[in-house]
Design a protein around this ligand. Structure first.
Ligand SMILES: *[C@@H]1O[C@H](CO)[C@@H](O)[C@H](O)[C@H]1NC(C)=O
Ligand SMILES: *[C@@H]1O[C@H](CO)[C@@H](O)[C@H](O)[C@H]1NC(C)=O
Ligand SMILES: *[C@@H]1O[C@H](CO)[C@@H](O)[C@H](O)[C@H]1NC(C)=O
Length: 764
């Protein structure tokens, strides 16, 4: 591994004598190769120390604002750390083509220009740690085809654009720890075909796109500890098939289940320590057959089921869990013995077993109240502090503040008063609480400053609380809040200052309330909002400026409202918006004008609206980005030939099922479709459908299009039923170019009409 400090340990500068000896040697070796080292060797920037024999140049802490110009051309290691470069200009190092190591730590770098490192085709190690980068242009790292290790730790990166690392085909280690990443987009690491270790710890990741880790075929180790993941992103993780070690500690998971679909055939070590796990499904790791070490330290587990699947498991770390060694733990103990799994957990209770190592007990030691032996000990049945499902327990003997009726767990920093019949928001939670669960109580009013002092709160649950009003400043002091759950309440609006005090809020859940319009004034206080859930309200139109200021918005859910109109300017500009769900509303046409200003839109949900027809160019404004288009159950009878113009090879799925389509134009421009659903349409299989048949026949997809008419064709597949179209005019058009006989068929076909289709059926 590169030791960035190694150059300092060497005698620098060399004695003049040693220098000239090595120079002679170098001259001798290098003269035939071209570059005039003898000339270069004389040079050394004033502010630097040059060790020409080793080709090291060190210019640390010199307040340099640009790369010094007189660096010897043959330099291999250049150490510029602790300067004030601010910006790395295009081709800043083009005169140093022999560089293998470049150290730019602590250089206050804010910008790496496109092509900054062009010409450094031999560079192996690049250290950009501890700078001020908040973004990386897509071509910032171009030209680094030999790079083995890239350090970007300790910057301010908030997002990665797919393709950023596309030129780094030799990179083995990428370090992105201690940045501000919130989200990983699909294919974020595309091109890193040799990368073995990806460091993403100490970020603010709460979401990984399902394909965020695709294209990392060599990845062995992934570090994701100290992030904000609330659920195991099994689908995304399973893309990294070759992972052997996965570090997920210090994330606020509460549960790991089979549905998380963690499927990692090579995984040996899994760290899930210091999270908030309360339960584990027996099959949670069923698809990790080679798992050897499972670290569950510092969670909230009071017991654990025998795990099914990981037959090679040998080590199960359970320290710091409140394990209850009652009869419920017998299956666990039996399994540990049978499967020869070593475990290090200790019992929190019952009293007579407190502190005992779980591993040292026999199943017969584990008893429950009601067992004769247990009653003799006189332990009351109530001693078992079985919490209600979903709630959390307080640690024994800890003097932490916690409102009565609530449970405040110190290790997970979760506090809960779920379903306690509370009439007002309680106060007095521990000031380090990260998750506060108040759902299913009765708080018609959330007063001003209701959560003051909880500056570490990340997640606030207020679902099902009959909330009618959030007073201005209700969220004051919640500077760390990322998730706010207000679904299933009675909110009809939010005043302008209702959401002030939580400027980092990323996820706002307002579904199933009584909103008649988007609470746009209140939303202006949320410049970082990432996902807005407003499904199942009574919004009837979207007006210009409704989402103004939500520059970071990526997902917008408005399904199941009563929207009849989306005015131009109502949604945009929203430069980051990727998902727009407007399904199950009352739209009579595609709101084409409102799609302007959404350059990043990937998914548009319009199903379940009474659209009727699609006009030419209906999706033109989002044609360059759209990947998934939902138009199912939209009463579509007609689609004009130019309806999908503008949409091209980016489109991956098209949902048109359950409409009233009798015909559909061919859509050859959609050349990369992976899914087309045309089922449940009454296609009329006469010659006007030939282009569609042709197009479908060339797609290697199941499309579900069946004929409803003419009666003789009913039930046949539009794609497979070649005979229905064989005699249509134009059928042989392609062959006609090749053979004269085909041309004859073609003319014959022209005379025969659509009515021939029925007769032809008999031949099959
Ligand atoms: C760099 O600038 C700082 C602050 O102006 C100064 O104290 C320091 O001496 C400078 N260092 C060099 C090597 O010039
Ligand atoms: C939190 O409360 C404790 C005492 O309970 C106090 O010592 C600590 O300073 C408080 N921290 C903050 C950030 O207010
Ligand atoms: C449209 O199709 C998708 C995918 O099959 C489905 O999930 C969705 O519920 C459908 N929408 C309506 C309104 O039927």
């Amino acid at each position: 591994m590169w030791d960035p400090c190694s150059c300092e340990q060497r005698p620098l500068p060399l004695s003049p004598r040693a220098q000239s000896v090595s120079l002679v040697l170098l001259l001798f070796l290098l003269l035939p190769l071209g570059p005039p080292w003898h000339a270069a060797a004389q040079r050394c920037p004033q502010t630097c120390v040059c060790d020409n024999s080793r080709r090291h140049v060190v210019c640390r802490h010199q307040n340099l604002t640009e790369v010094p110009s007189a660096i010897p051309e043959l330099t291999q290691r250049l150490d510029l750390q602790g300067n004030m470069l601010k910006e790395i200009a295009p081709a800043a190092f083009q005169d140093l083509p022999y560089l293998t190591h470049l150290d730019l730590r602590h250089c206050q770098v804010e910008l790496v220009a496109e092509g900054a490192f062009r010409g450094l085709g031999r560079l192996l190690f690049l250290n950009l740690a501890s700078n001020r980068l908040s973004a990386l242009p897509q071509e910032a790292l171009d030209g680094l085809g030999s790079l083995r290790r890239l350090e970007l730790e300790g910057n301010m990166l908030e997002e990665l654009r797919p393709g950023t690392f596309g030129a780094l085909g030799a990179l083995a280690t990428l370090n992105l720890a201690h940045n501000a990443l919130v989200y990983l987009p699909p294919m974020a690491f595309q091109g890193l075909v040799r990368t073995r270790w990806l460091q993403l710890s100490h970020n603010a990741l709460s979401v990984l796109a399902p394909e965020a880790l695709a294209g990392l075929p060599a990845l062995r180790r992934l570090s994701l500890q100290h992030n904000e993941l609330q659920a195991l992103p099994g689908q995304a993780l399973s893309q990294a098939r070759s992972l052997a070690r996965l570090e997920l500690g210090h994330n606020p998971f509460t549960y790991a289940g089979e549905e998380d679909e963690l499927a990692l055939p090579s995984l040996r070590e899994l760290m899930l320590d210091h999270g908030a796990l309360q339960a584990l499904d027996p099959k949670a790791f069923a698809h990790c057959p080679r798992l050897h070490t499972l670290d569950l330290r510092g969670n909230q587990l009071d017991t654990l089921p025998p795990l099914q699947g990981p037959g090679q498991l040998r080590q199960l770390q359970l320290q710091g869990n409140p394990l209850w060694c009652g009869c419920q733990a017998r299956p666990l103990l039996e399994w540990l013995a049978r499967a020869r799994v070593r475990s290090d957990g200790a019992c929190r209770g019952p009293r007579r077993l407190q502190g005992e190592a779980l591993d040292a007990l026999r199943p017969s030691d584990l008893r429950c109240p009601g067992d004769p032996a247990e009653d003799e000990e006189g332990e009351p049945a109530a001693a078992r502090p079985r919490a209600p499902p979903g709630a959390l327990r307080e640690e024994d003997g800890e003097a932490r503040p916690c409102p009565s009726a609530c449970v405040c767990a110190s290790e997970s920093r979760h506090s809960s008063c779920e379903r306690q019949g509370l009439q007002a928001v309680p106060r007095g939670f521990p000031n380090d609480t990260q998750l506060l669960d108040l759902r299913q109580n009765h708080f018609p009013l959330v007063p001003r400053a209701a959560f003051l002092g909880l500056s570490h709160l990340v997640s606030l649950h207020l679902q099902h609380c009959n909330i009618v009003e959030l007073e201005a400043g209700a969220l004051a002091g919640l500077g760390g809040l990322l998730y706010l759950y207000l679904s299933d309440n009675q909110l009809a609006g939010l005043s302008a200052a209702a959401l002030e005090g939580a400027p980092h809020l990323g996820y706002l859940y307002l579904e199933r309330n009584r909103f008649l319009q988007v609470p746009s004034a209140a939303l202006r206080a949320l410049p970082r909002l990432f996902a807005l859930h407003l499904q199942g309200n009574a919004v009837d139109h979207l007006a210009p400026g409704d989402l103004a200021g939500l520059q970071a918005l990526r997902w917008l859910y408005l399904s199941g409202n009563r929207i009849t109109q989306v005015s131009p300017g109502a949604l945009g500009p929203a430069p980051e918006l990727e998902k727009l769900h407007l399904d199950r509303n009352q739209l009579r046409e595609v709101p084409t004008g409102a799609l302007e200003g959404l350059p990043a839109l990937l998914e548009l949900q319009l199903s379940g609206n009474p659209l009727g027809a699609l006009r030419d160019g209906a999706f033109q404004p989002v044609g360059r980005s759209l990947q998934h288009l939902f138009l199912n159950s939209s009463g579509l009878e007609q689609i004009s030939p130019g309806a999908f113009s503008g949409l091209g090879p980016r489109l991956l799925s098209l949902y048109l099922q359950k409409n009233q389509l009798q015909a559909l134009p061919a859509l050859p421009g959609l050349s990369q479709l992976e899914l087309v659903d045309l089922g449940g349409n009454p296609f009329r299989c006469d010659c006007q459908l030939l282009p569609l048949h042709r197009w479908l026949a060339g797609l290697n997809l199941r499309v579900g299009a069946t004929c409803a008419a003419p009666p003789s064709a009913r039930g046949r597949g539009v794609k497979a039923a070649v005979a229905l179209f064989e005699d249509c005019p134009g059928w042989a058009a392609r062959k006609a170019k090749r053979t004269p006989s085909a041309r004859r068929t073609h003319t014959k076909g022209r005379r025969w009409g659509a009515d021939k289709v029925g007769k032809e059926r008999g031949r099959l």
